[in-house]
Design a protein around this ligand. Sequence first.
Ligand code: SAM
Ligand code: TMP
Ligand code: ZN
Length: 409
Amino acid sequence: MPESTCRICGGVVTMFLDLGRQPLSDVFPVEAPAPGEEFTYALRVGTCADCTMVQLLDEVPREAMFGEHYPYRSSGSSVMRAHFEALAKSLLAGELSGRSDPFVVEIGSNDGVMLRTIAAEGVRHLGVEPSSGIARTAAEQGVAVLTAFFEVDTARAVRAEHGPADVVYAANTICHIPYLGSILDGVAELLTDDGVFVFEDPYLGDIVAKTSYDQIYDEHFFLFSATTVADAAARHGLELVGVERLPVHGGEVRYTLARAGRRTPDAAVGELLAQEAAADLHSPATLRRFADAVAANAADLVALLERLRAEGARVVAYGATAKSATVTNYAGIGTDLVEAVVDTTPEKQHRVTPGAHLPVRPASTFAEPYPDYALLFAWNHAAEILDREAAFRAAGGRWILYVPDVRVV
Ligand code: SAM
Ligand code: TMP
Ligand code: ZN
């Protein structure tokens, strides 16, 4: 069985799921590259025998993923805009209130979706964002941004220039970063003595329960749980003091870390740790069952699409998500099964999806004319999309969902 060295503790990571060779999930070529010309890497997932952290075996160089042309725009979802505004307001009313001249740092601030609420209140802040295109978008909206990868040296430089941070925040970013030790050391350098590090990422418990294997791709290096985050934090002088399960992006956990011994952990921390232990979340048997369910899910989806093709039905996908690169390239879903994918992101439109090379069309073309079936790649935004596209079902169209299992609704 393939192995690698744990990025947290140096232990042996053994593979439990092989998702094959995959393209970069967020690089949308202008047209289908010639065979062999597209960059690919091995997408293999394993768990550490010592600290149980679930992680990829192979690391894609960060500059290949995050740069000027990184296309993801956090503000593309109204639910996520509301989610980040609510989080910013709760920080302003909670952790930041009563502090004199507080300072907030966000790691992976993207288009400024969270920090613009902090900026509007005149609170000192800094986004650290290596993808220069979106960093500019945030700056144009009055958000202070440093175009850089966050790591321990960046943290020292930020502290030297701006002083310590009361809150360091990150969403859907920390799980992207293989050098987690450097991040935690940087946070420990940057925080005030009683500051907190709050971050939210897809939750291993949800991924296993929902067979949402499309949460695994180049950018999602770690699949976190309370157990493994608590362990990693403790190795860097930090302590897990809060956890909150979130419904967004298919199920996440918001973790709060403080300096070890500074705060009493919430009861929710012990409860989630106990739940994970009772469910045997990290055991090889659980992860092997997950891998079997992944193979069955992909086979079911292909069987459905092949049946629809035989019936002469038109199938278009909805949402050119990074996640869907894993599904299309693992299951083998190309233009023979799915005509195209619609998406609202201008940076993805009139290009083709990574690896599978499905043409990406503006979402405004969805009704011109409606397909018979729409395969919902952006299933994590189902409520928002099914609501906006209610006319599709009313016109007789049907959605294909594959999380937690393959079905037509
Ligand atoms: N926080 C936003 C959200 O939740 O929608 C953006 C999430 S996006 C999936 C991940 C972001 O992390 C990208 O904007 C990427 O450029 C950024 N990123 C990747 N590595 C980083 C690092 N080492 N330091 C700071 N940001 C990083
Ligand atoms: P995400 O699942 O990583 O957030 O990506 C969602 C993708 O789906 C992104 O490319 C934007 C696209 N999208 C739409 O096309 N329409 C929508 O209503 C929403 C919410 C997202
Ligand atoms: Zn380990």
